[in-house]
Design a protein around this ligand. Structure first.
Ligand SMILES: Cc1cc2nc3c(=O)[nH]c(=O)nc-3n(C[C@H](O)[C@H](O)[C@H](O)COP(=O)(O)O)c2cc1C
Length: 184
């Protein structure tokens, strides 16, 4: 089973994280980390408790506990997704600040040249946000704004969420059957 780290931070759009978790559960070993603000957003937008992110092949880590597997480059993983990614977390990773498990795990992915997908949600972007995203892109991260397309004729919010989740799963190099590839 592939090992995937799923980090949930305090930006709007935790729906993407829940759907990604639901879709990958059972298909990959999931290491979930949720920031304090991410937990607040889960309650606010989905009325969901962080304990939701449990189950077979799932490890729910505490963000303030750094002395765990995913904080080490010796623990081999296949990818990390930060979704949604707040500008705060994004900025701290870009600055190399590894004060939380999410920041440290991201730092490890970058130094080990591993796949890390960052899904920011903010609008508009300041030049600081853009600079931080450029820094992360240059360090090897994939910056993938929560920006669903409309060419699959979404009927509801779930369809829009699925568009983003399908693209994230594509980027992880895993098969997905949420949204078929576009054919003209
Ligand atoms: C209701 C609410 C919505 C927020 N939405 C966003 C957002 O979409 N993008 C963002 O970058 N920050 C957003 N924030 C601000 C972050 O939660 C805040 O910067 C926080 O310190 C981020 O912490 P974290 O990166 O540790 O999760 C929001 C805050 C609240 C309370």
């Amino acid at each position: 089973m592939k090992k995937i780290i799923l980090a949930i931070t305090g930006a709007s759009g935790v729906q993407y994280a829940k759907r990604l978790f639901d879709y990958l559960q059972g298909k990959a070993e999931l290491h979930v980390v949720i920031s304090n603000r991410g937990a607040e957003l889960l309650r606010l937008e989905l009325d969901l408790d962080p304990d939701y992110f449990a189950g077979a092949h799932v490890v729910l880590h505490k963000n303030n506990r750094i002395n765990v597997s995913i904080a080490s480059g010796s623990f081999l993983t296949d990818g990390m997704v930060i979704v949604p990614a707040s500008m705060g977390t994004l900025g701290r990773i870009a600055a190399g600040v590894s004060g939380s498990l999410i920041e440290r795990a991201a730092d490890v992915m970058l130094k080990e040249r591993k796949r890390i997908i960052v899904v920011p949600r903010e609008t508009p972007f300041s030049s600081i946000h853009l600079q931080n995203m450029l820094t992360l892109d240059r360090a090897g991260a994939i910056i993938m704004p929560a920006s669903p397309g409309f060419y699959h004729f979404p009927k509801n919010v779930e369809d829009l969420v699925d568009f983003m989740v399908a693209r994230i799963v594509d980027q992880l190099g895993l098969d997905q059957d949420l949204i078929p590839p576009y054919t003209a």
